[in-house]
Write a protein that binds this ligand. Structure first.
Ligand code: ADP
Length: 160
């Protein structure tokens, strides 16, 4: 069985993330969405809340949701994953993602990083953009799964 890991902050999950995850299920037998903490980011939702949001919008039995606060490659090793799947948006993602892929490869040579290109409509979609639009009173429904739009609105709405 070929297992892939899709790591990220998912703060909160967007339609861009879900598109990459669904497409990864066409390439692998099992896809694990790995919710990780990112010390560089201030998160709006706790890890448990982010997992709960993901669970509301994922029903495919080939997808599992997990969390880990150590090295991604250690998680991959322990869980028999052969690949890390990442979504690539604009060129701006490339530098960082390429660096991560090279580091992961040197830490665990058997792991492959697979990049899937974002759909054109998701090219500029990010969790931070969703939080920003929401806090300024904009409509986030085109960007996030309908099951969690209200949760995001309640957490991120501003005072306007
Ligand atoms: P991180 O904290 O690692 O940046 P994110 O939760 O922002 O995590 O993203 C996780 C993964 O999903 C990354 O590989 C990122 O490139 C990808 N991703 C995020 N938004 C989109 C999108 N709109 N379309 C495609 N891939 C995306």
């Amino acid at each position: 069985m070929k297992i892939a890991v899709c790591p990220g902050s998912f703060d909160p999950v967007t339609l861009g993330h879900l598109d990459i995850i669904q497409r990864a299920t066409k390439l692998f037998d099992k896809v694990i969405i790995l919710v990780m903490s990112n010390s560089l980011k201030h998160c709006a939702f706790t890890i448990d809340e982010r997992i709960a949001l993901l669970k509301k919008c994922v029903s495919n039995p080939a997808i599992e949701i997990d969390t880990y606060d150590g090295l991604l490659v250690d998680y991959a090793k322990q869980n028999g994953a052969v690949a890390i799947v990442k979504g690539l948006r604009a060129v701006s993602d490339f530098d960082y993602e390429f660096q991560q892929a090279l580091i992961n490869k040197s830490l665990f040579p058997e792991i492959e990083t697979v990049f899937l290109t974002a759909r054109s409509e998701n090219m500029f979609l990010s969790s931070s953009m969703v939080k920003e639009v929401c806090s300024l009173g904009g409509d986030i429904s085109p960007f996030v799964p309908k099951e969690i739009a209200k949760d995001i609105y309640l957490r991120c709405k501003g005072d306007n």
